[in-house]
Design a protein around this ligand. Sequence first.
Ligand code: DOR
Ligand code: ZN
Length: 453
Amino acid sequence: MSKPDAVDLIVRNGTVVTPEGRQEAAICIRKGRVSGICANSETPPARKVINARNLHVLPGLIDDHVHFRDPGMTYKEDFETGSRSAAAGGVTSIIDMPNGTDPPLLTPKHLRQKIANARGRSYVDFGFLAAVVPGNFDDIETLVAGGVLGLKVFMAETVGAIEVMDDGVMLEAFKHVAQTGRRLVVHAENDEIVQHLRKKLQSTRRQGIGAHLESRPVVSEVEAIYRAILYAETTGARLHVFHISSQEGAMLIGQGKARGLDVTGETCPHYVLLTSAHLRRMGNVTRMNPPVRGGDHPQGLWAALVEDTLDVIGTDHSPHVRQEKLQKSIWETMPGWTGVETTNALFLTEVNKGRMSLEQFVKLRSRNPARVFDLYPRKGCIQIGSDGDLTLVDMKKRGTVRGRKLHSRSTVTPFEGWKLQGIPVATIVRGNVVMRDGEVLGTPVGQFLKPVL
Ligand code: DOR
Ligand code: ZN
């Protein structure tokens, strides 16, 4: 137990939860960092005190997968609205994607523009991934020196139209990224299968969600994950597979780990919470790449999260405006939806049902994403010297998902009307309270995040 002299903020009387367990303690924050973890009876004087009685105090929750659409697609979202939505949902750091913006993040110049653009407009800390395409291998080193948290390879067509590489070029890309030591992230679907089936189905009269699902079958994901793991093993790249939608895909991550590879995987709320019945009821709104599959997948993926086969819950926050989501034809419906604000509460609700411990939730939403993207121990833990990022949650508080009440510019969510119990009630970024009781506060204090290793 350490006890500093004068601090900026104390969060006291709460139950502090880490992956290892929970304890009653006060957290002291000074100059943006955790300066003490002490008994509630031993707290030093502080400029500000938050009484967290009856609340759980979690290390700041991290979303490793958001598309804030800025620059170029800001009618869907921008850094201010996206980061407000994050803060409102109890997220203290986000990792923004290189695609779904105009231009996509491919060069050091784009990176500088993205950083300048987000500074002073983000309510939460932010890091970036750059995309790898055949034409930018020479930029990889400079992008890494500039602080990207990882490099993303697109194995199949999706929103944002990043060029898909053939296998020879892709293997070369893995080699280049492996040399930098940074994380290589993949959108894992087989492009040839997906394109072939999409064209075939588009020539029929089918316009429903079933056709979308059929156009991106499990085999296209599993084949791509398998290939990515093989290339990672061959080149020594550290691999992270985004948005795993099938239980077979999760199994491959488990097998890679068992072989001693540095292979990690993410899944998202929709793949584990939406069932076949939801798909039938909501139809085209649920279009997403990879597709939400229903069947046995939600259960299998949930088991993979609880058993540490998968490492991270990300949101794949993919905002689109209302009319882009509400189309009659599946082929005209934009895939994806807003998620950064709803995800923590959705999972806390499952924690309350006993489906996952709060400790495991903290691992999947804070410690693991920090480790995967080399932000640990600056982020992802509550230790002396780590950033003063905390998410306070009220496990008794109830609510309902209402798309139109979200801070995101995008208001269509497949979780519309879902009942919640377990809601973030304060978001603290380096000692700054950026959300209290659902209200986003103060000025945008978010900083650019580079890897700490
Ligand atoms: O459905 C999707 N939408 N999947 C992605 O991978 C990208 C996203 C978007 O940016 O809209
Ligand atoms: Zn995505």
